[in-house]
Design a protein around this ligand. Sequence first.
Ligand SMILES: Nc1ncnc2c1ncn2[C@@H]1O[C@H](COP(=O)(O)OP(=O)(O)OP(=O)(O)O)[C@@H](O)[C@H]1O
Ligand SMILES: [Mg+2]
Length: 258
Amino acid sequence: MTDAPLLRVHNVSKFYGSRIGCRDVSFDLWPGEVLAVVGESGSGKSTLLNCLSTRLLPTTGSIEYHMRDGKYRDLYRMSEAERRFLMRTDWGFVHQNPADGLRMTVSAGANVGERLMAVGGRHYGNIRSTATDWLGRVEIGADRIDDQPRAFSGGMRQRLQIARNLVTGPRLVFMDEPTGGLDVSVQARLLDLVRNLVNDLGLSAIIVTHDLAVARLLSHRMMVMKDGLVIEQGLTDRVLDDPRQPYTQLLVSSILQV
Ligand SMILES: Nc1ncnc2c1ncn2[C@@H]1O[C@H](COP(=O)(O)OP(=O)(O)OP(=O)(O)O)[C@@H](O)[C@H]1O
Ligand SMILES: [Mg+2]
């Protein structure tokens, strides 16, 4: 890890009219760090993730990103075009529902290749071979490259979405319940795959989940949200093994009974 945070989040709040989405969230994310955001349904996890990834304008607060040129930029002081460029090049976003992150009616190969073209890839043969390579990395056979994702199982779709997001070598990946819609055996394999990819690529990631086992497996650090507030944060093992807040203790013990 270097000595400069990748993301500096300062007092981010989002209100939907009078309803609180999230409130006064501040943290730094470091290069190579995986942060899990956990909490019950409605606690504000997706609201926060969407604010961080510029999909939703916060009501107040600032989010600064450490650009490749070494300068910090406030995400909401950039132009829309600059934000979109960042999303295409430096970032990935993995949706809970793969259909939201894939083009369902173009081939698997094109889903991956399209991202390469968006960052300037031109040579058809190179794009196709990189796409094939990435399908292999997410355990999709080369014989499926011309199939459309609508012909894939849920687990395959999610793996394809991950390949599409990682193929351009992003520095930061956002994931909202990446294993949410999958059955348990498929979840375990996918988590293993994500963990290996994140390690190999030295990615930073922010992963929203209501599943503490996912946080345990993937994250270095975690934040616990309740009613829009971050009520506890710390190293993942510390929070799960020695939760300080009564709410976190409840969350941890109720999961352990499952
Ligand atoms: N578009 C919206 N308009 C109004 N209120 C919203 C909107 N989106 C979210 N909220 C409210 O903001 C709060 C936080 O919602 P959010 O979706 O961020 O929770 P979450 O932790 O992601 O929940 P889940 O685990 O169910 O996905 C909730 O009270 C929710 O009702
Ligand atoms: Mg959510």
